[in-house]
Design a protein around this ligand. Structure first.
Ligand code: C2E
Ligand code: MG
Ligand code: MG
Ligand code: MG
Length: 291
C-alpha cells in the first residue's frame, strides 16, 4: 500500500491529492479505494458528531453526524479525500446507509433515555438519484420509529441540481417521512435561487468560507447578511457553519442567525461524549437574550 500511504501522507499534510495524470497518484487512489471498500464491508467506519446550538436560547439541541475513517496502515483519512473517492468508486451510498442507520439508532436511543436530540446526516447526489435508496431509508425509519424532526438531511445545491426532477421526488418523499432538508455549503454552488421555492427545504447552512472571513472581508459579511435575510424572508431557518470565535458568534447573533455550528461551540466528538457535553454546555449558559 505504499502508493496509498504517500497519498494519505499528502492528504494529512493538506497537499492537493489530484495532480491529473500522475501514475503514482492514480495507483494510490485505486489502492485507497480498495482499502475503503474493505473498511465499509468490515464496519470500520466511525460516526462522530458536532453540536448545533440555538443562537437565541444558546441551548444545544442536536449535532451533525460526520463520518470518520482510520485505516490501520494509512492512519486517519480526511472525508474531503475519501468521500470523493467513494463517489467515484460507487461506494457512497453504502457509507450513507451506514451513517443513516447509526444516526437513526442514536436518536432512537436518546429519545428512549429521555434525552432527545436531533442529528443531521449528509447525503450525496448519488443517494437522492436512486429511489430504491429512499425506500431503504423509509423502511429503516419505520423499523426504528424515528420521531418527526429528529433527523435532518444535508444536501449541497449541486447535489440537487444534478437531476432536479429526481431530486425533487426524493426530497418530497423524505419530507413526507418527517425528515427536514437542510441546504449545506449554501452560496458555493452555481445554482439559481429559484430552487429554494420549489424544493421542500427547511433550512440553509451558510458555507463556512463566508462565516470565517466575515470579520475581515466586507464582501463575505455582505453575503452572510443577505443570506440570513433571504432565508428568513423565505420562511427558512438559517444555520451558520464554521463559527470559530466570539466575534463571529456575536455578529451572527446580532443579525438573527438561528443556529450555530463550529469550533467556537465544539469540535466534532465521539457520539458517546455528546450527552455529557450537552449537559455541561447547557448548564454553563447564561440563558436567552445574552449574547
Ligand atoms: P460539511 O458537511 O460541510 O461538514 C462541515 C465540516 O466542517 C466538517 O469537516 C467539520 O468538522 C468542519 N468544521 C466544523 N466547524 C468548523 C470550524 O469552526 N472550523 C473549521 N475549520 N472547520 C469546521 P469534516 O468532518 O472533515 O467533513 C468535511 C466534509 O466531508 C463535510 O462537509 C461533508 O461534505 C463531507 N462529509 C463528512 N461526513 C460525511 C458523510 O457521512 N457523508 C457524506 N456524503 N459526506 C460527508
Ligand atoms: Mg454537512
Ligand atoms: Mg457544510
Ligand atoms: Mg463544507
Amino acid at each position: 500500500a505504499s502508493a496509498a500511504m504517500r497519498l494519505a501522507q499528502r492528504s494529512a499534510e493538506g497537499i492537493a491529492v489530484y495532480p491529473a495524470g500522475h501514475e503514482q497518484e492514480i495507483s494510490g487512489r485505486l489502492a485507497m479505494m480498495g482499502r475503503l471498500r474493505q473498511a465499509i464491508e468490515q464496519g470500520q467506519l466511525e460516526m462522530v458528531c458536532q453540536p448545533k446550538v440555538d443562537m437565541r436560547t444558546r441551548s444545544a439541541f442536536g449535532a451533525e453526524a460526520l463520518v470518520r475513517w482510520r485505516d490501520p496502515q494509512l492512519g486517519a483519512i480526511a472525508p474531503s479525500v475519501f468521500i470523493p473517492l467513494a463517489e467515484q468508486g460507487g461506494m457512497i451510498s453504502a457509507i450513507t446507509e451506514w451513517m443513516v442507520h447509526a444516526a437513526f439508532r442514536q436518536v432512537h436511543d436518546w429519545q428512549r433515555d429521555g434525552n432527545p436530540a436531533s442529528l443531521s446526516v449528509n447525503l450525496s447526489a448519488h443517494d437522492i438519484q436512486n429511489p430504491a435508496f429512499i425506500d431503504r431509508i423509509h423502511r429503516l425509519a419505520l423499523a426504528l420509529a424515528i420521531p418527526d424532526n429528529s433527523i435532518q438531511f444535508e444536501l449541497t445545491e449541486s447535489a440537487l441540481m444534478d437531476d432536479p426532477d429526481t431530486a425533487m421526488q426524493s426530497l418530497a418523499r423524505l419530507s413526507d417521512m418527517g425528515f427536514e432538508i437542510w441546504i449545506d455549503d449554501f452560496g458555493t454552488g452555481y445554482s439559481s435561487l429559484s430552487y429554494l421555492q420549489r424544493f421542500p427545504i427547511h433550512a440553509i447552512k451558510i458555507d463556512q468560507s463566508f462565516v470565517r472571513l466575515m470579520s475581515v472581508s466586507s464582501g463575505s459579511s455582505a453575503i452572510v447578511h443577505a443570506t440570513i435575510d433571504l432565508g428568513h424572508h423565505l420562511g427558512l431557518y438559517v444555520v451558520a457553519e464554521g463559527v470559530e470565535d466570539q466575534a463571529a458568534w456575536s455578529c451572527l447573533a446580532a443579525q438573527g442567525c438561528d443556529v450555530a455550528q463550529g469550533y467556537f461551540v465544539a469540535k466534532p466528538m465521539p457520539v458517546s461524549q455528546f450527552n455529557n457535553w450537552k449537559t455541561s454546555w447547557n448548564k454553563a449558559q447564561p440563558g436567552p437574550g445574552v449574547h
